[in-house]
Design a protein around this ligand. Sequence first.
Ligand code: DO4
Ligand code: MG
Length: 273
Amino acid sequence: MRLSRHATPRGAHWALDGRYLPPAFTLGMLLELPADDVSGFLGSLPAGEAAEERKLAPVEDSQEVWASGVTYEQSREARRAESEEPDVYEKVYDAERPELFLKAPGWRVVGPGGTVRVREDSGWDVPEPELVLVLNDRMEVVGYTAGNDVSSRRIEGENPLYLPQAKIFDGACSLGPEIVVPADPEELRGLEIRLRILRGGEKVFEGKTSTSRMVRPAEELAGYLGRELSFPTGAFLMTGTGIVPGEEFSLSPGDAVEISVGTMTLRNEVAPL
Ligand code: DO4
Ligand code: MG
């Protein structure tokens, strides 16, 4: 089952498998249900007209997007190489407690076909292609989408305390194009993730990994997020990147970024500075 959110003349409207859901449907309402009840509830809703209008990020204003860091060996190695404080990354990779940080409130998220940004005061930037968990109010995994955790390697590398500035800025988070509600939750453990970057129509970077290479299970990350923090209308959790372009690469205005997670592809262009 796939949930998408569309821009219609009557406002944002959700669809299931390409057909509009009743206007009263909200993601927040769905994420108040236990995970075991989600498919049955969605299946019981009447299907409306074909949803052909532009897709928006599949998130509502009330949901926050959180992110995990250093969950793949590739990410640990890249941070060690770029950072003035390499030990902190080694430690968090091996530690019991994961790195979690707030990435964006729902209203700040860029959708499919929208423009992401790099910071003018950075100069060394990358897209981070990530599996994004969709969690209900009890931190159960209900679905997933694709996400881009656009990041400044220069600012983070200078000092780990600058992480919020390296990670949170306008156009730094994109999600979509859809939320997949998998028939079998095991599907999340072996999803292929791909990143392709085009400049002037030419491919300048391509890489792939699999969620099977994550050092922490999705449920562990979600469990830590829900400790001492409540999410009455659910939450999104980016699970970290396993693809980092080489040190000579920096994302530039005009680049087209394509992130695939399983069978869905999120496409965004980088805005001019
Ligand atoms: O520690 C910094 C953030 C790491 C991150 O965003 C990632 O591994 O994806
Ligand atoms: Mg990341």
